[in-house]
Design a protein around this ligand. Structure first.
Ligand SMILES: Nc1ncnc2c1ncn2[C@@H]1O[C@H](COP(=O)(O)OP(=O)(O)OP(=O)(O)O)[C@@H](O)[C@H]1O
Length: 306
């Protein structure tokens, strides 16, 4: 595959930093996201995901470094630039006092590329009536309505910050189907931030992991999964010191067996376990949820010792 040219990146940051007082939320972040497909950004609470989105969309200035979106400097976006970007966040901020029909008419008027078919397709997943006030809609209905409005704008780039938070399984599925429909139709690039790995597994083509404002991974989800392996070893005593275990993410002792979750280890890891006293060893692949959460848990903040 050839490298995309700079104009083919929908997002580009260079040494991007954001400091809130003593806290560095984004730490010299260099990120390039190519146009097309669905990109998931994941990371522990406080990793900097929302801060990155706010800077990219021009709602917040960086402390230093640069950020651009659709080839435009995030700090100088014009209304025309903003019209090319759809943004949905978990708050689904819409005017509560307005009726669904009035909000829809207003948006249709505002966006010249309005696609009624896309709106009808998405809203059809939800039992939303035109005469209802936005404030009367359930959380899932509001999410669906917001996504329908956003997709109907026919954005070139859709940015979603935890859009399915608090939705039930059916509403979540409807939301993801709408997302896949819009992407499959080749209408836009989707950048999506979520803590829900089963969703990421289902929809994302590219997995971006942020940790404390640093980029830790950018690859297909399957490729990341393949880097993490679960090993079970029958070691009849304490086992090797955790600090000496290569690539260790997690260790547990269950029913007398040692379970190791390790990163970037090949078959040599079996030799390491045998040299550490293992009578038998076995390796198995892990789900994306286990791989990502094991990876994030390694450096997760722990309570200070009493
Ligand atoms: N306005 C602010 N003032 C001070 N600190 C802030 C502010 N906004 C965010 N932070 C801090 O910056 C860091 C990154 O926050 P951010 O909201 O970007 O994380 P996140 O990855 O979106 O987290 P979550 O998954 O919990 O939503 C956090 O440590 C947070 O406490």
């Amino acid at each position: 595959m050839t490298e995309p040219t700079p104009s083919e990146y929908v997002i580009q940051t260079e040494a991007l930093c954001k400091r809130y007082g003593a806290k560095l939320a984004l730490d010299h972040l260099d990120l390039r996201i190519a146009s097309g497909r669905i990109h998931a950004i994941v990371g522990a609470n406080g990793a900097g995901k929302s801060t990155l989105f706010r800077i990219l969309l021009g709602f917040l200035p960086p402390s230093s470094g640069r950020a651009s979106i659709l080839g435009r400097d995030s700090q100088h976006l014009t209304p025309t630039d903003r019209g090319r970007i759809g943004f949905v966040n978990e708050e689904h901020t819409l005017p509560n006092w307005m009726r669904v029909a009035a909000v829809t008419a207003m948006q249709r008027h505002h966006y010249p590329r309005w696609d009624q078919r896309a709106f009808d397709e998405v809203i059809g997943h939800y039992h939303v009536l035109p005469e209802q006030k936005v404030g009367q809609l359930s959380r899932g209905e509001r999410a669906g309505f917001n996504l329908a409005l956003t997709l109907a704008q026919r954005p070139e780039l859709l940015v979603l910050d935890e859009p399915t938070l608090g939705l039930d399984v059916v509403a979540k599925r409807a939301f993801l189907e709408s997302l896949l429909y819009s992407n499959a139709a080749g209408q836009c690039t989707v950048i999506y931030c979520s803590h829900q790995m089963e969703e990421v597994e289902r929809v994302a083509d590219n997995l971006i992991i942020l940790e404390r404002g640093h980029l830790m991974n950018m690859s297909a989800p399957d490729d990341f999964c393949a880097r993490v392996m679960h090993w079970v070893a029958d070691i009849p005593f304490a086992g090797p010191a955790p600090a000496s275990v290569p690539g260790l993410l997690q260790v547990q002792r269950i029913d007398g067996l040692h379970h190791y979750l390790v990163l970037d280890q090949d078959e040599d890891f079996a030799d390491f376990l045998k040299a550490s006293g293992a009578r038998s060893v076995q390796s198995m692949p892990v789900s994306l949820d286990r791989a990502v959460n094991g990876f994030l848990a390694k450096n997760h903040a722990v309570p200070a010792a009493a």
